[in-house]
Structure formats: C-alpha cells, structure tokens
Write a protein that binds this ligand. Structure first.
Ligand code: GSH
Length: 393
C-alpha cells in the first residue's frame, strides 16, 4: 500500500481539490497543514519552494495541476478519451484564470489604489466566466465535461470555499447548475472500492493476480473455491470459469484482462504503447508454453499424454532460452529495464510450473532465476507468499 503525504497550508486554496480527490478515491493520506509562521523552515525542502507537494512512498511531487491530474487518472476522473481530457484541462485552466484574477486583488496586492483596480478587473471578468461555466454544465448534463463526474467538477467544488471568501458570498448563487453541481460533489460519499478475487485454491491463473493486488496495496477478499464446491459456483461466473475479480459488486473475468487492469493501476504496463505491446507478447508467449505443459499434464489418455509431453518438452527449452535472452537484454526484467506485469506473471507461474516439471523451471537460466527471486521478495509479495495457504500447485 503506497503511502501518501500531502503538504499544504491550513487553508483550502490549491490544496483542497487534491484533498477532495484523495478522499473521494479512497486514498489514505497524511494531511500535513503547515502553519504560515513555520513555512520558512519548510520552503527549502519543497521541489520549487512551494506547496502543495504530494509525497508518494517518500518521493515528492509538486504542482497542484500535475498532482490533481495524477489522482484524477487513478480515480477515472480524467475523461474517457484524450478529447475529454483536453476539455477537462481547458475547463480547469479557465477556472484558474478567474481564480488568479481574484487572488491578485484579494491576497497579494497591498497598495489600496492598485488593489481597487485589480478588484474592478476581477469583478468585471467574474460574471463572464460564471455564465460560461453555467452554460457548459447545463450542456453537459449537470457536469463540466462528458455528462459525468470529472476532475473539473472537483476543482470547482473545492474552489467554492476560496471564492466565497474572495468575493464575500456564494459565487454560484445566481447559477443554479453550478450550485447543484457543487452541492453534488461536496456531498459525495468517500469511495473505497471493494475487490473480491474468486479462484480455486491453487496458484495457476490466479496467482499473478494475487501477486499484483498485493504488490499494488489493493485489499481484496481472496476467495478460494474448493473443487468439490465448484459446480455450485460455475453458473454464477461470466464464462463459467475463474479467475473472476469482482469490483464493487461487478464481475470481471479472463485472467489477462484482470491482470492488465491491475498492471495499469500499478504502473506495471510499460511507459508507452510499444512497451505495453511487448509486455502483452511476452505474457502470451508464457501462456503458450504453460498451455502446452498443462495440456500434457492433465491428459488422461496415456498414449496421447506421452505425445503431448514430447511436444511440450521439445518446446520448453526454446521458450526458456528466449526468455533468458530477453531478460538479459532488458537489464534483468522482461521489458523496458523495469518491473512490469510480465515479470509478475513469470514469477507467479513458478509454483505451477515447478509442480508440473517437478523442479525449478528456471534452474538452468540464471537471469530468469534472479528475476523470479526479485519479484517474489518484493516486500508485499514476500509477505503474501509467507501467509498464503499451502497448496499442491
Ligand atoms: N482464458 C481464461 C481461462 C480460465 C480457465 O481456464 N479457468 C479454469 C481454472 S484455471 C476454470 O475455471 N476451470 C473450471 C471450468 O472451466 O469449469 C482465463 O485466462 O481466465
């Protein structure tokens, strides 16, 4: 579970929408609020001498918009495509333009004559912006963008406090659509998704998902169906198979689709579409060889089993050599010189393949052996392995 620490002043300002987002997305964080008098002690420790700063697992991230966008992506609040994302960005930039105009007069200007001038300019602009925003929300079914909740809605709802004190009253009072939207966002319950993974009490196709969920700090119910009970469950599964991951009551199936979803959340799906394609291809190749071995292992007809065994064992060294070369070329990982979903799949297949092969599949492949060890000793994966039920395969 990543640790989050948000540092800001004890005001709403640029920090409040981040607090709203973190709370809404169910991300626990330390809400550090610096007293203005203490600021000189902190300033030099901040990346650009400013706050908000969000620290994630000890690394500092700055700029309120960059931070907001990061959380919005995590919480599915950054639109459905790049067009919606651009609209959200534009809306937020416009909100910032008017907030900036108000801030200049309200917070910074000391000269009373100049302050009055800035106030005049800001108050001249304000209705123009509010009219535009009102029209936008009306057009978009009660939200700023795309007829659904987005980061832009959170920002406006969080600016309410600051704007109210800057203009001395509710900024949305003559704007029913904005008023409704702000109320809607500010009364949202805190969201904490619930995850339930259903699989058999074996490693197989479920284990890499268990590794990933643990590594990403996503709490989940690890439901392990006993083989004898399976007939009772089968018809409740989308394709009559497991693994199935239930998120907030909705079932998702197919181990790869599930793995990819968690990998994206955990930044384990490469840095771009090319790396993602390499990760997909690597995992599909892992599955090709796992499938060949499984087919032979579970075959009942002894003559056919022998034939399948021959085929699988002919293939195996070819795949292992290829994988070994790939990991060597990529600095100890399957793709891109860094940890990815592919590494998790291979590290989790270790149990299943060891069972079928009656020995360590990587024993003659030092790069693979090192990688599997690296993944399996990642702190949260290691802790999971130590406490997971002992299974035959
Ligand atoms: N392509 C599917 C295959 C799922 C699959 O084969 N699941 C097996 C367990 S490993 C299963 O549910 N078997 C019980 C059945 O089919 O009734 C995936 O990757 O999720």
């Amino acid at each position: 579970m990543s640790t989050y620490k948000l540092t800001y002043f004890n005001v709403t300002g640029l920090g409040e929408s981040i607090r709203f987002l973190l709370n809404h997305c169910g991300i626990k964080f330390d809400d550090i609020r610096i007293a203005i008098d203490d600021w000189p002690k902190y300033k030099s420790n901040m990346p650009m001498g400013q706050v908000p700063v969000l620290e994630i697992d000890g690394k500092q991230y700055h700029q309120s918009r960059a931070i907001g966008r990061f959380i919005a992506k995590k919480g599915n609040l950054y639109g459905s495509d790049d067009f919606e994302a651009m609209e959200i960005d534009a809306t937020i930039d416009s909100m910032d333009d008017i907030k900036q105009a108000l801030t200049q007069y309200y917070c910074w200007e000391k000269d009373p004559v100049f302050k009055e001038k800035l106030k005049e300019t800001a108050f001249q602009k304000l209705p123009y912006y509010l009219d535009k925003f009102e029209t936008q929300v009306k057009k978009n079914g009660g939200y700023f963008v795309g007829g659904k909740l987005s980061w832009a809605d959170f920002l406006w709802a969080a600016y309410y406090d600051y704007m109210s004190s800057a203009i001395g009253g509710d900024p949305n009072k003559n704007y029913p659509e904005l008023k409704k939207l702000v109320e809607k966002v500010r009364t949202l319950p805190k969201k904490m998704s619930t995850y339930k993974l259903t699989y058999f009490n074996v490693t197989g196709l479920g284990e890499s998902i268990r590794f990933l969920l643990n590594h990403c700090g996503i709490k989940f119910d690890d439901i392990r169906v006993a083989i004898d009970d399976w007939p009772k469950h089968k018809s409740n599964m989308p394709m009559g198979q497991v693994p199935v991951l239930e998120i907030d009551g909705k079932q998702y199936h197919q181990s790869r689709a599930i793995g990819r979803f968690i990998a994206k959340k955990g930044n384990l799906y490469g840095s771009d579409d090319f790396e993602a394609m390499e990760i997909d291809a690597t995992i599909d190749s892992m599955d090709d060889i796992r499938h060949a071995l499984s087919q032979y292992y579970w075959e009942k007809d002894s003559a056919f089993k022998e034939k399948l065994k021959e085929t699988a064992f002919e293939k195996l060294p070819y795949y292992l050599d290829k994988f070994e070369a790939q990991v060597k070329k990529n600095g100890g990982y399957f793709v891109g010189g860094k940890l990815s979903w592919a590494d998790f799949v291979w590290a989790a297949y270790f149990d299943y393949l060891s069972f079928i092969l009656a020995g360590d599949p990587n024993k003659d492949h030092p790069e693979l052996k090192k990688l599997v060890e690296k993944v399996r000793t990642l702190p949260k994966v290691k802790a999971y392995i130590e406490k997971r039920p002992t299974t035959q395969l």
